[in-house]
Ligand binder design. Sequence first.
Ligand code: ADP
Length: 357
Amino acid sequence: MNRAGGDVLLELRGLAKSYDGRARALDGVNLEVRRGEFVSIIGSSGAGKSTLLRCVNRLIDPTEGSVTFDGDDVTRVRGRALRACRRRIAMVFQHYNLVHRATAIENVLQGRLGYKSTVAGMFGLFSEDEKRRAFAILGQVGLSDFAYVRTDQLSGGQKQRVGIARALVQDPLLMLADEPIASLDPKSSRTVMEHLRWAADELGVACLVNLHQVDFALEFSDRIVGLAGGKLVFDGAPDELDAAMIARIYGTDVEGAGVDGAAGVADAADSDAANGCIGPAAKADRAAGRTGGAGAPATGPVAAADDDALSVAASASDGSAAAAGLAPAADGPAAAAAAAAPAPAADGPTASGVVAA
Ligand code: ADP
């Protein structure tokens, strides 16, 4: 199902990354993503999926190769040009990266920080138009009724939809999603995938999504990319991905590479207790789950990755505390934004037709 027919938006050429100067987390990856295309990246834990996404929005610098986005070489741009690139490349995180004590609408408005000066961002100075838009987008992801609810009161699936709304209010051309459903139950996972797919289909936002659920990748993607040991070993339509290739991608035998069962089942509960608590052990378990193992939920006291927090900071305007979206104070910039945000209208923006769970 290749529903995207646009020209090339993102082009990776010979992309390589070594963190320690020896082992290659990414090794000569060539990849193109078209406008409005939905591309899933699959691969076992440590295959290089996150590294690839982080090279695209320059959270990390590749060791070799180029990343061309909308005509700009992302690996070369600096300062203002880099910020302009990042405005058009939004990110959705496994652990949502929301300001928990702020409301949904406050969190969504954080997506506009990349368009603001540091001072305007610090004081939460958003225009009426921006507030209306934020509210409309929340409606489109089925959360009109939750706009003024603190995000720590929301379910995992709802939190992730706030994360998607925050990404969309950036007016991105490309949305990067790093394991966006890894902490969700199957029903919430499906809803989140439907909203990502809707963003590609209806808004023309290309999506590059790291997934460990092969079933969801098969169902929702225009194209699937398989990474193994930092190398791209598959790039094709979902119906071209057979069991032998899945086995190769996950480094297992064909028997264990079925796409039914565990591969399509999220490994963590959609509970606030579980959210943000999926540690390295869970990541390893997920790898087992993908290949037909039990994939038992493994939750632990591991907080959301620090580099995720860094990602939000980097995608905001100037890296100020406010721009980072990390200021958790109830009376911080986000609160200021809320105070000025439009009241929820009974007949507010209608949902998008996407199922709201
Ligand atoms: P995936 O997202 O597929 O699980 P990653 O991109 O996170 O894979 O990791 C790819 C490889 O790079 C792994 O061997 C991992 O240990 C290594 N790696 C990832 N991030 C870092 C880092 N910040 N420092 C050193 N090594 C890293």
